[in-house]
Design a protein around this ligand. Structure first.
Ligand SMILES: N[C@@H](CCC(=O)N[C@@H](CS)C(=O)NCC(=O)O)C(=O)O
Length: 236
């Protein structure tokens, strides 16, 4: 979501591949430009910025860039893991996972065991996975509060105009408000931090006018496989 929102924001034509193939680093997302492969959403963004000679952060002061960088890390290196832990390590969310898992029936339990183990191992190394699920929930609430307080009533995270951090924030809010529907994470955000919800809706309408088509026409997204996006519907 982060990378694709960036592509749309910068009107960069792109083609999706939802085959699920991981990058050489074993992660997703990654891009291929001619014969060059770039892995990691931020490296992809930096690569495209350089190739196209563009920067969404030019209007930001040095101080604002530092703040954006700090929030980027809060979103991607901290808050992201709280959501992974809540989804896969809080048994209350098993019904939600069952509805969205790629494998149904007995295959679900294999999927669940595999992903849960991967998350437990990754977060143990990170450190956050050494806390209880309830402690992680407290950390998440502080992150959501910090994001909401900094956003305030601004249109975009850093002010009146969009900048790079909006791609990451929107991506992670999609995880929070769409993929985690029905969880306490979503409920808490809706009840206590509605400005994040309005922001999410604003970003969605602006950069994803085709949201409904994309999310309702196929649960495997195979429909847009191989389709070239020119993103001409996106406003300046
Ligand atoms: N910092 C990386 C994070 C990528 C990442 O963690 N991707 C997850 C999916 S959202 C993944 O590939 N997980 C598979 C794994 O860790 O084995 C980025 O922004 O690209």
């Amino acid at each position: 979501m982060k990378l694709e929102t960036f592509l749309r924001m910068t009107k960069t034509p792109y083609m999706n591949d939802h085959s699920g193939q991981m990058s050489k680093k074993g992660k997703t997302p990654w891009i291929e430009f001619n014969d060059i492969q770039v892995a990691d959403s931020q490296f992809c963004i930096d690569f495209i910025k350089k190739k196209r000679g563009m920067d969404l952060n030019t209007a930001l002061s040095v101080e604002q860039r530092s703040i954006a960088r700090a929030f980027l890390k809060l979103i991607e290196e901290n808050f992201y893991w709280t959501m992974c832990i809540e989804l896969f390590c809080n048994k209350e969310n098993i019904p939600l996972l069952k509805r969205s898992a790629p494998l149904k029936g007995p295959g679900f339990w294999l999927y669940y065991w595999f992903v849960r183990r991967a998350i437990q191992s990754a977060t143990w190394g990170h450190g956050i996975g050494r806390h209880s699920v309830e402690e992680v929930w407290c950390i998440a609430q502080s992150d959501i509060e910090a994001l909401s307080n900094f956003l305030g009533d601004k249109k975009y995270f850093m002010g009146d105009d969009p900048s790079e951090i909006d791609c990451s924030l929107f991506g992670m809010l999609t995880f929070l408000l769409v993929s985690m529907q029905g969880t306490r994470y979503e409920a808490f955000t809706k009840e206590h931090h509605p400005n994040l919800v309005s922001y999410f809706q604003r970003m969605k309408v602006t950069y994803w006018p085709d949201w409904d088509t994309l999310t309702t026409s196929s649960d495997k997204f195979t429909n847009d496989h191989g389709k070239l996006y020119f993103t001409e519907n996106i406003p300046e």
